[in-house]
Design a protein around this ligand. Structure first.
Ligand code: NAD
Ligand code: DAU
Length: 333
């Protein structure tokens, strides 16, 4: 199969491309705008593979999308603005990429009769204090990030109902692992702990997230692409839930730092208290998570410790300005 992977230079997309090239004989074209979150470094080990090619371009650009879809059988769309805090301070790009970008991709898929997988998130369901969401749970997003992702999901499903396009929506819980941008909780805390810097925990730190190792989400998306029923939504929930403060304490232990580095800072506006996602429907297709949180976190901390070449250019670049705006203090190198 020849696949177009949009947003394949990001954290999860690059992992999916790597896993897929290893596991089967697909050819893969990546289309990526290379925003602050997209990096050629994430794909550099694949550059010599004749089954892999890269195009820089935006999913909201019909010409770039038309050129990239030439000869492909299916589209998997990871391309998105993904950081909730940025969606609060600067929502514009979230609307453009999620609404307009998804529309442009769907039109290209419709013209060519392509199978289409939309990568989405548990955040579209909003917060849940007890139990877990399933695919029939109502959508109740809280942030401009999750609201625009929810809008994109609905648009995708409408292309199945209206035009008979082979669409699938795959909603994952919180991912973690190598190559995640340091703006996100786990890499931020790991890199600050390694630097001996303060660890900014929002509010009381008791918000709960449902953690999924990135390779497990990649295999879940592959399962849905290969075996999912057109028109359906599949939730890919992680095996473990954990309060943020517990995650942060474990990171401090793994980095051999003490808890005096923890800094309780102002809470995120509209902060969802708990996410929890089931995975029964995707499990029935034969998927299972392979990595428990304790093991995955240890592996992730080790990866950041050993791969300063990957994160140093981020921590010494424009991220410093973002950090100052977001946390009101300078990042220590
Ligand atoms: P990321 O921020 O690491 O990567 C996003 C990628 O999309 C980048 O390479 C960026 O350059 C590219 N991109 C952004 N706007 C684009 C545009 N307009 N056109 C083309 N490319 C564009 O994100 P991620 O964490 O890898 O998330 C990938 C997808 O998975 C997103 O759709 C996200 O909503 C979803 N998701 C993420 C998580 C998580 O915990 N990170 C969990 C569930 C679902
Ligand atoms: O649930 C899936 C979602 O997970 C994805 O759709 C998003 O793209 C991804 O960014 C992630 O969203 P979260 O908001 O859950 O992730 P984030 O890493 O930003 O925050 C995780 C938790 O940690 C959340 O409760 C907020 C808290 N937090 C985060 C940061 C950045 C802090 O306490 N301090 C921080 O500095």
């Amino acid at each position: 199969m020849r696949l177009l992977v949009c947003g394949g230079a990001g954290f999860i997309g690059s992992n999916f491309v790597r896993t897929r090239l290893r596991a089967c004989d697909d050819e893969i074209v990546v289309l990526d705008k290379l925003t602050y979150a997209g990096r050629r470094e994430n794909l550099q080990d694949l550059e010599g593979d004749p089954r892999f090619s890269f195009r820089q371009g935006a999913i909201e650009d019909p010409a770039a999308v038309a050129a990239a879809t030439d000869g492909v059988d299916a589209v998997v769309n990871f391309a998105a603005e993904t950081h909730v805090d940025r969606s609060i301070s600067e929502p514009d790009a979230f609307v453009r990429t999620h609404a307009l970008g998804t529309f442009v991709l769907l039109e290209a898929a419709r013209e060519r009769g392509l199978r289409y997988v939309q990568v989405s998130t548990d955040e579209v369901y909003g917060s849940i204090l007890e139990g877990s969401f399933d695919e029939s749970s109502p959508l109740a997003p809280s942030s401009p990030y999750s609201a625009t992702k929810a809008g994109a999901d609905l648009l995708v499903s409408s292309y199945h109902a209206t035009f008979g396009l082979e669409t699938l929506v795959c909603r994952g819980s919180n991912n973690y692992g190598p190559r995640q941008h340091p703006e996100k909780l786990i890499p931020l805390m790991v890199l600050n702990a390694l630097a001996g810097d303060r660890l900014p925990v929002y509010g009381d730190g008791l918000n709960v997230r449902n953690w999924l190792y990135v390779e497990d989400f990649a295999s879940g998306i592959g399962t849905v692409l290969d075996r999912g029923v057109a028109g359906e939504v599949y939730n890919v929930g992680g095996p473990d839930e954990c309060a943020n403060i517990v995650v942060v304490r474990r990171i401090l232990e793994l980095c051999r730092r003490d808890e005096s580095l923890i800094d309780h800072v102002a809470d995120r506006p509209g902060h969802d208290r708990r996410y929890s996602l089931g995975a029964d429907k995707v499990s029935a297709l034969g998927w299972a998570a392979a990595t428990a949180f304790d093991e995955g976190l240890e592996r992730t901390v080790a990866w950041y410790r050993d791969n300063a070449w990957w994160w140093e250019p981020i921590r010494s670049g424009a991220y410093r300005d973002y950090y100052l705006r977001q946390y009101g203090r300078e990042l220590r190198s």
